[in-house]
Design a protein around this ligand. Structure first.
Ligand code: OSB
Ligand code: MG
Length: 325
């Protein structure tokens, strides 16, 4: 694959396109694909979702470039507590994956077009049953509710879950998030309002969230996330963008470097993929993941190599983003 000049100049000497099917459909995604870039520090991941255009995906490229070419920040911890991530599934299946890897925190997807409030509530009851009373349960509505819908749904789901740790992005608009915080006792986390905003700090200034979700790639890299976290002055939950274990490693580097980490991180998503690029994938044990650089193996790079058509699309995308750096 052709390596764009600005990347070559920074020491990127190899690019590899890959594709891995998901175990469960997660929102609209059934297949995860992307590029790995190799540079002086090792391998890094560039895997913007296909609904991100070149301008938006350039932050993802900056993140990958940083990770491939500069040392990661000094870790303050050697392992990171993680949550189980539970897609929209029937209650029995949701309960089964709630404690995968020994997680004591679960994040349950709700408000999917394919589910209603009653089935979301049933899924939460099943997850609470499986995890016990001392576990933490959070939900993620991915910005789909109106203010009125959220005002109705959140107390119902809070009761079904036996108490929510927080609700992630119940509505899209900052005014609605701020109003929900005033109206309800349930902490509100911002994800899309950070990840897809022109100004990721606006949500903090608007007092629209109790905590911020940070994903390394869409925010432009570990260093930028550390700066944003300091400026925002809010607790941060590091979460994945469904990366392979190579990209998850960068999330763990951020989680390890944050001065404070009061909540479990959404980095235990490698189990949502049917395979991985690293021989020792980042699958949680004892509810934690280890911090450190994860390298792919040549065998797994070959096994999950993208076909020619997909590799060509990635080559084109890389060139477009590299020209916008
Ligand atoms: O936070 C987690 O538990 C896992 C990551 C996750 O949910 C996610 C993964 C890819 C894209 C969007 C999201 C999201 O938080 O909305
Ligand atoms: Mg989210």
């Amino acid at each position: 694959m052709h390596i764009p000049t600005p990347l070559r100049e920074r020491g990127i000497d190899r690019v590899h396109a890959w594709s891995i099917p998901m175990t469960t459909r997660f929102r609209r995604i059934t297949e995860r694909d992307g590029l790995l870039l190799h540079g002086p520090e090792g391998w890094a991941e560039f895997s913007p979702f296909w609904d991100y255009d070149a301008a938006e995906s350039t932050a993802w490229l900056r993140a990958a470039l940083e990770d491939a070419t500069t040392p990661r920040p000094a870790p303050r911890r050697e392992e990171v507590e993680v949550n189980a991530t539970i897609p929209v599934l029937p209650p029995v299946l949701a309960a089964r994956i709630a404690t995968v890897g020994g997680a004591r925190t679960a994040k349950v997807k709700v408000a999917d077009p394919g589910s209603d409030l009653a089935s979301d509530a049933q899924r939460l009851e099943a997850v609470r049953d499986a995890m016990g009373s001392d576990a933490r349960i959070r939900i993620d509505a991915n910005a789909v509710w109106t203010f009125e819908e959220a005002l109705e749904a959140l107390p119902v789901l809070d009761r079904a879950a036996g108490g929510l740790e927080y609700a992630e992005q119940p509505c899209a608009a900052l005014e609605d998030l701020a109003a929900l915080r005033r109206a309800l006792d349930i902490p509100i986390a911002a994800d899309e309002s950070v990840r897809r905003a022109e100004d990721p700090l606006r949500v903090a200034r608007a007092e629209a969230a109790d905590l911020l979700v940070m994903k390394v790639q869409p925010l432009g890299g570990v260093t930028r996330c550390l700066e944003l976290a300091e400026e925002a002055g809010l607790p941060v939950v590091v979460s994945s963008a469904l990366e392979s274990s190579i990209g998850l490693g960068a999330g763990l580097a951020l989680a390890a470097a944050l001065p404070e980490l009061p909540h479990a991180c959404g980095l235990a998503t490698a189990t949502l993929l049917t395979g991985d690029l690293a021989p020792q994938p980042l699958h949680a044990t004892g509810g934690t993941l280890p911090v450190g650089r994860t390298a792919p193996s040549e065998e797994l790079l070959a096994r999950h190599a993208a076909d020619d058509a997909l590799a060509a699309r990635w080559e084109e995308r890389l060139a477009a983003c590299a020209s916008l750096l």
